[in-house]
Design a protein around this ligand. Structure first.
Ligand SMILES: Cc1cc2nc3c(=O)[nH]c(=O)nc-3n(C[C@H](O)[C@H](O)[C@H](O)COP(=O)(O)O)c2cc1C
Length: 389
């Protein structure tokens, strides 16, 4: 292992974790590979398997290529349709742990539904993953939105604002377990726990912890994120870079008002081909001609979006946005175009982006060579040296 990266990998500081143990101005992650179909609601046969051998191979390829992080989706039930979209998913903390043991440099997140994971168990699982990955485990806290998933656990979903109040208690206890406190009691509005103890402490010792992210889009969700997290995922505007920049500034100002610093990230759906025409044709094929429209309609129904509940124009727009990648920003074009769009997002103040590809393994090498190569030449990413991993 290269001396520098060895030092970075062993540095358990929160600064190093927030930088994903690297120096990239624009961090790039892969979103959704633990799920069948990834994030592409499509029928095409090359859609993502989501199985373990493919995930392990993808993680190792990503590690070697300098991709900064892997972000899974905590999904307990699929969405049906002709493909049972995201119907088969690997549980995210155990998935991350396996991948951390198989890689050297990349950060791997677990996406944890606070209401269904006991905090004492979750704290220890995450510490275990962190030790195996030498400080490369990250936590995505989610409170859940899909009632059917909660019914399966026999857990009642709380009112929306209460979900984030609960999550705040949940992460407070976990942070205490990760600190040097021992044998403490916790009595909050929801949790009443006695004689709490958790050892070992996080990799790097008490006082450090995994990097934490959240992607709430409601005011309650955003307020939770800026108070409790290192990284906040927001939706980039599809029409105006200034709007995206404003969203970033708002989140950062809200964090600073709480005495915190937050990095802002977004979600993108990348289709990159040698020519713009090829990219657009493939995108059209995946997201229109061969979309799994029955699954798209199932997702919209879960979110209570129908011609009966929203104006027809909004319904048609939402339907096509979900088919294009669950609301992520579509970035479609040749390498110059894709790299330029990513550079613009960096200019808007984003720290990073989590992208999805229809078939991650097939498409990653071209993306890394052509798009990451351009971003390196623009000074937004560092070139990976072969001995870095
Ligand atoms: C990058 C990203 C990752 C997310 N991951 C999950 C997930 O794995 N499981 C889940 O149930 N929700 C997930 N969500 C949904 C959010 O956590 C959140 O519930 C949603 O944006 C609605 O916001 P709200 O909770 O503030 O209403 C994700 C959203 C984004 C943008």
């Amino acid at each position: 292992m290269h001396a520098l990266s060895e030092a970075a990998a062993r540095d358990g500081s929160i600064q190093s974790r927030r930088a994903m143990h690297g120096k990239n101005t624009l961090q790039i992650g892969l979103f959704g590979p633990n799920c069948s179909s990834g994030r592409a609601v499509t029928l095409v046969p090359e859609r993502w398997s989501g199985n373990w051998p493919d995930n392990r191979r993808l993680a190792q390829m990503s590690d070697e290529a300098g991709i900064d992080f892997l972000l899974p989706i905590g999904r307990w039930k699929g969405y049906g349709g002709d493909t049972d979209y995201q119907g088969t998913t690997l549980e995210t903390i155990t998935w991350a742990t396996g991948l951390l043991a198989s890689t050297k440099r990349i950060t791997v997140f677990g996406t944890v539904h606070a209401p269904i994971f006991n905090p004492v168990v979750a704290a220890k699982e995450m510490v275990t993953a962190g030790h195996i990955g030498e400080g490369r485990f990250g936590l995505n806290i989610v409170v859940g939105w899909n009632e059917g998933e909660f019914d399966m656990f026999g857990v009642a979903q709380r009112e929306h604002a209460d979900r984030y109040d609960y999550a705040e208690e949940w992460i407070d206890v976990i942070k205490m377990i990760w600190s040097d406190r021992e044998d403490f009691d916790f009595k909050g509005r929801y949790l009443d726990m006695k004689g709490i103890r958790g050892k070992p402490k996080p990799f790097g010792g008490a006082g450090t912890r995994p990097v934490i992210m959240n992607a709430g889009s409601s005011p309650a969700g955003q307020a939770f994120a800026v108070r409790n997290c290192d990284a906040f995922f927001l939706q980039a505007s599809r029409t105006s870079l200034d709007d995206t920049a404003q969203r970033v500034r708002n989140a950062q100002a809200a964090a600073r008002a709480q005495g915190c610093e937050i990095g802002c990230y977004t979600v993108g759906v990348v289709t990159c081909r040698p020519t713009r025409k090829e990219a657009e044709e493939y995108f059209q094929h995946i997201t229109v001609e061969r979309a799994d429209w029955r699954a798209v309609d199932g997702i919209l129904a879960l979110k209570n979006i129908s011609p009966q509940t929203v104006p027809m124009q909004d319904y048609v727009l939402k339907r096509s946005q979900y088919a294009q990648g669950m609301g992520g920003l579509p970035i479609v074009g040749d390498p110059d175009h894709v790299a330029a769009q990513l550079a613009d997002l960096s200019k808007a103040g984003l720290t990073g982006i989590a992208i999805s590809l229809v078939n991650y393994i097939d498409e990653l090498p071209y993306f890394v060579d052509e798009v990451c190569g351009r971003l390196e030449r623009m000074g937004l990413r560092e070139k990976v040296k072969p001995n870095d991993v």
